[in-house]
Design a protein around this ligand. Structure first.
Ligand code: HEM
Length: 220
């Protein structure tokens, strides 16, 4: 990992890119030399360099990688559905339907990954209860999303006032449960550190000085 940052910030020599190049010669030639040296070092490197260290850090838990898709897609579906109904623009509801189909598929994948994560991540009794509530709420959200998507795709756009009302009621319930359910997901991760390999210590945080890199800006 250190090697990774070393290569990025050390060998690519960011100051040299901006400056005259020092002993290694300035201008374009210096820049090309620095670049080639960095590439050579990268290729020769026997270190554990990884392209996407963040994703690698997740290990086999893909849940955090997937969850953002259904959240964004289902939220967009809801907003477009509201706008389509409010403004009487069927085209908005057609786009909303596609957001719903993709969001429902994403929710099923996220829930599957969630069950795998729950079986894998270490957690204590207090977190277990939060996890069970997260699971209940998010499974309900996923089922609602699939039901709404099937209803749309099989029966077309809801046309009768009653069907539109029921559709809107279920969509609103799905959104509300999603807000509370995903909040519990965040609570597990950001309050209790579930699924986080190594927590930053306060001591380390105190020793890390932003002032070392953040020079006060002097106005002219
Ligand atoms: C549509 C389905 C689901 C969505 C959108 C969702 C969303 C989330 C979110 C936003 C987090 C916080 C992650 C972060 O910020 O890094 C989370 C964490 C978590 N969720 Fe879910 N969840 C879903 C289904 C499930 C299910 C069915 C389970 C089964 C128990 C589950 C188990 C977990 C676990 C164990 C964590 C903490 C560890 C981790 O991030 O992987 N989730 N979820």
């Amino acid at each position: 990992m250190n090697q990774y940052w070393h290569l990025l910030h050390g060998s690519f020599g960011l100051p040299q890119l901006h400056g005259a190049g020092g002993d290694e010669g300035g201008g374009l030639v210096g820049l090309v030399e620095t670049f080639l040296a960095a590439i050579t070092e990268l290729l020769d490197s026997s270190s554990e360099w990884v392209l996407l260290p963040g994703i690698q850090g997740l290990g086999s838990n893909l849940h955090p990688l997937i969850v953002h898709f259904p959240i964004a897609l289902l939220a967009t579906f809801f907003l477009l559905e509201l706008a389509g109904l409010g403004l009487r623009r069927p085209v908005l509801r057609q786009v909303a339907a596609w957001m719903l189909y993709l969001g429902a598929a994403g929710a099923v994948v996220a829930a599957t990954a969630g069950f795998l994560a729950a079986a894998e991540v270490p957690h204590g009794g207090q977190v277990h209860e939060i996890m069970e509530w997260h699971q209940r709420l998010m499974v309900t959200v996923s089922v609602l999303a699939v039901v709404l998507a099937l209803w749309r795709s099989l029966g077309g756009m809801a046309v009768s006032t009653m069907a539109v009302g029921l559709n809107l009621f279920l969509a609103t319930a799905m959104m509300g449960l999603m807000v509370f359910g995903t909040d519990l997901g965040g609570l597990m991760v950001y309050r209790y550190g579930v699924g986080v390999a190594s927590l930053q210590s306060q001591e380390e945080s105190d020793q890390h000085l932003h002032s070392a890199v953040e020079e006060p800006v002097t106005r002219r």
